[in-house]
Design a protein around this ligand. Structure first.
Ligand SMILES: Cc1cc2nc3c(=O)[nH]c(=O)nc-3n(C[C@H](O)[C@H](O)[C@H](O)COP(=O)(O)O)c2cc1C
Length: 327
């Protein structure tokens, strides 16, 4: 990489994260554990541990296990709807994690302020310009804009449109871009447009160091972009966050679960919030079934559209070197 020609925004991203390459390994439940996270950070990128639905002690163990494998910085992703969020926030600060990425809905002022007071830098997902500005007013230190092309839970707007709506308008904090990114040319284009760096998930699933089951990795290698489809919402009585995954029999299981919950909400048997939480927990189990147990037929194979660009299993170092090769 020719450092002299590297855009200022990239240098800002690297400085903010404290890394050589502002490439974030986006948190992936079950998969972004200490092995993959340490490998990404050791390769000069920024690994992010997935807090997911983990209890405090288990996540603390993961943080410590990551530290045993790398002296480089890494972050922790917390889901704002986690019932133990305040305890998780305190634990992350106690463990001296430098950066916390808050996902799963708009974080409360209190969460952001507490993290900052405890010395943790706060990174949040911004789904629109108005919300990006509100999050900056609440104290967010950096933003991630994640397009609908991404794997896992997604918003409705594409990376290209979010780039024009948010990236081109915000210069007070670093803005990282995610969703549909798989190669160095794309990274260089986004950084050239002002991105502080890029976050990838799908491509890192096929890293040699990723603990995903071989069946899960091979499903990625076989898939085309069009196979990674967003789930449907059947009735506004039960709002669901769309999830992008490879279509399989597990997609039908989700649809059946959703229909069953809609009936239970309609008949007053179940509260809407409880039903939404049940659906979220369904995903946790379904992803584990595919990603860890290897049941790619009935489990959830969450993947972004960039899955069509993933052609082989490679060491993390090789992936990161390729991602920064056009800068
Ligand atoms: C299998 C899988 C699981 C994911 N789990 C999470 C998660 O637990 N928390 C989160 O914030 N994002 C999650 N994501 C999103 C990634 O962190 C990342 O932002 C996204 O994958 C980037 O887009 P890409 O898939 O096009 O690279 C997940 C993505 C995948 C593919």
């Amino acid at each position: 990489m020719n450092r002299l020609s590297v855009p200022e925004s990239w240098v800002r991203g690297c400085t903010f994260l404290g890394v050589r390459h502002a490439i974030l390994g986006g948190a992936m439940s079950w998969l972004s554990e200490h092995t993959l996270v340490a490998a990404i950070s050791n390769a000069g990128g920024f690994g992010v541990l997935a807090g997911g639905s983990m209890p405090v002690d288990l996540l603390r163990q993961e943080i410590r296990a990551t530290r045993e494998r790398t002296a480089a910085p890494f972050g922790v992703n917390l889901i704002t709807m986690h019932p133990a969020l305040p305890d998780l926030v305190r634990m992350v600060a106690e463990e001296k994690v430098g950066h916390c990425i808050l996902a799963g809905g708009l974080p409360e002022q209190e969460t952001i302020s507490t993290l900052k007071e405890l010395g943790v830098k706060v990174v949040v997902f911004a789904p629109s310009l108005a919300l990006a500005q509100r999050l900056i007013r609440r104290g967010a230190d950096a933003l991630i804009i994640e397009g609908n092309e991404a794997g896992g839970h997604v918003g409705p707007v594409s990376t290209g449109v979010l780039t024009q709506e948010i990236l081109h308008q915000i210069d007070t904090v670093p803005v990282f871009v995610a969703g549909g990114i798989a190669n160095g040319r794309m990274v260089a284009s986004l950084v050239g447009m002002g991105a502080a760096g890029c976050q990838l998930g799908t491509r890192f699933v096929c890293a040699s160091e990723c603990i995903a089951h071989e069946n899960f990795k091979q499903a990625f290698i076989r898939a085309q972009a069009r196979d990674a489809v967003v789930t449907a919402q059947f009735d506004p009585i039960l709002p669901v966050i769309p999830v992008r995954a490879l279509v399989n029999k597990g997609t039908n299981l989700f649809n059946q679960k959703q229909l069953q919950l809609i009936e239970e909400v309609r008949s007053g048997q179940k509260d809407r919030k409880d039903a939404q939480m049940e659906l979220e927990l369904f995903w946790v189990g379904a992803l584990r079934r595919a990603a860890i147990e290897g049941d790619v037929e009935f489990g959830s194979v969450m993947a972004g559209q960039s899955v069509g660009l993933v052609k082989s299993i490679q060491p993390v170092q090789e992936i990161i070197d390729e991602l920064v090769s056009n800068l």
